[in-house]
Write a protein that binds this ligand. Structure first.
Ligand SMILES: *Cc1c(COP(=O)(O)O)cnc(C)c1O
Length: 401
């Protein structure tokens, strides 16, 4: 199928752009550290096709819940990084058994580990246990998501809970394999990762740790011309880490989500109606803001307009203001306002770019169910996820009568 033949609304995954991002990440890590593991953050966007593609490209599953852990297994991931503040006990034990990388984030997980060790005494352990570190990055680089409130994740370095967790592992005779230092930021700046790398060095030195890995988490920019790219981040991180770590001994783990999955995914929606109210020109679309900005936080989009009849666009009247509205019955389902653009007509399409991260995974089953997802390869489109209908919606529900 060609672009013009696709059913809207729909998402379109561009395979070459996805591959480009993956290659750039691998190259940057190869160049600056050599010894690395790439995890892919499932929560950011877990389209099954994309997850399999990433697995084939050597990515570990980076999962943060029992459901995601089970999904990774279901899709054939042998290699898993198990993070998150609320893991399931069953999957935690399974992860130990299967030799996953597990970054412990709560006291109950330390208890579970102890329980597992006691029940499996003498077993040769292949799992790798890390601790998520809670630390004050905000004072160093005032750009973190949590701000002055401090992050809610991990064991606190400053108040000694991290040291207590270390002692706890020691008492179980479980060596600490790594530290996990993911910190969400508002800026995705290189400075954030420099701060993370400094902290990794400090912890290693202070506690004289022999670490198999340092996990600096996700949160990078990807596919944006005027923003940092993987080589910028990795060069800066490697320069600082080399002060205390050697690539021969310590693996650098990264866990990108957005930077991998945002650039390759477009969203297309069609104009279904145009009308004027006493204030505005309203252009109604078959898609919705919930598909491209489910958290209602974006203020602008990358998009282009595909005019239904390219020839006559020049003859169309220019309209001072056209409000693009989505198909839900919410007043705030408004995508953007076009200023001084040719009048839109039924059949025109809006093609929005770089919308793969934190979209599909957060789209609610509200009014209309999940739209079709196409894969684009060399200009040809194939369906990689059919739209959901009543069958999928009702799956697993009891229906009386
Ligand atoms: C969310 C998250 C990521 C991915 O973040 P992005 O901003 O999507 O790159 C990686 N690691 C952890 C622990 C996370 O919580």
């Amino acid at each position: 199928m060609k672009l013009a033949e696709l059913q809207t609304p729909c998402y379109i995954v561009h395979k070459d752009i996805l591959q480009e991002g993956i290659d750039l990440l691998h190259d940057a890590l190869d160049t600056y550290w050599g010894n690395y593991i790439c995890g892919y953050s499932f929560k950011t966007g877990s389209l099954p096709w994309a997850l399999r593609f990433l697995e084939e490209n050597g990515f570990y599953a980076e999962v943060v819940s029992e459901d995601e852990y089970r999904l990774a297994k279901h899709l054939g991931f042998d290699r898993v990084i198990y993070n998150g503040p609320v893991k399931g006990k069953e999957s935690f034990f399974d992860a130990l058994w299967r030799g996953a990388i597990i970054n412990i984030d709560s006291k109950r997980e330390l208890r579970w580990l102890k329980e597992y060790r006691e029940a499996n005494e003498g077993e040769e352990a292949s799992y790798m246990i890390g601790l998520r570190v809670n630390f004050d990055l905000e004072s160093d680089v005032p750009e973190t998501s949590a701000g002055a409130e401090g992050s809610r994740f991990g064991f606190s370095y400053e108040n000694g809970e991290f040291a207590e967790a270390l002692a706890e592992l020691d008492s179980m005779q479980v060596p600490l394999s790594g530290i996990h230092l993911h910190v969400g930021s508002r800026t995705r700046s290189v400075a954030i990762y420099e701060g993370i790398a400094r902290m990794a060095c400090r912890i290693k030195k202070e506690y004289a740790l022999e670490l198999k890995y340092v996990d600096i988490g996700g949160g990078y920019f990807g596919g944006m011309d005027d923003r940092p790219k993987y080589p910028d981040y990795m060069k800066a991180v490697a320069a600082i880490l080399s002060d205390a770590f050697d690539p021969h001994d310590t693996t650098l783990i990264v866990e990108p989500g957005t930077s991998i999955i945002t650039p390759p995914i477009d969203y297309m929606t069609s104009v279904v109606d145009v009308k004027d109210t006493y204030v505005k020109r309203i252009v109604t679309l078959d898609g919705s803001r919930i598909d491209v900005d489910p958290l209602h936080t974006k203020s602008s989009y990358f998009y282009e307009i595909v005019y239904g009849d390219g020839e006559s666009v020049r003859k169309r009247k220019t309209v001072p203001e056209q409000v693009l509205c989505g198909m839900t019955c919410m007043e705030n389902d408004r995508l953007t306002v076009l200023s001084d653009q040719p009048a839109l007509m039924e059949g025109d399409r809006i093609l929005m770019h770089k919308v793969g991260g934190y979209t599909m995974c957060l789209t609610p089953l509200f009014i209309r169910y999940f739209p079709t997802v196409y894969l684009e390869e060399n200009g040809e489109h194939t369906v990689i996820r059919e739209a959901w209908g009543p069958d999928e919606y009702c799956a697993k529900s009891s229906i009386i009568g």
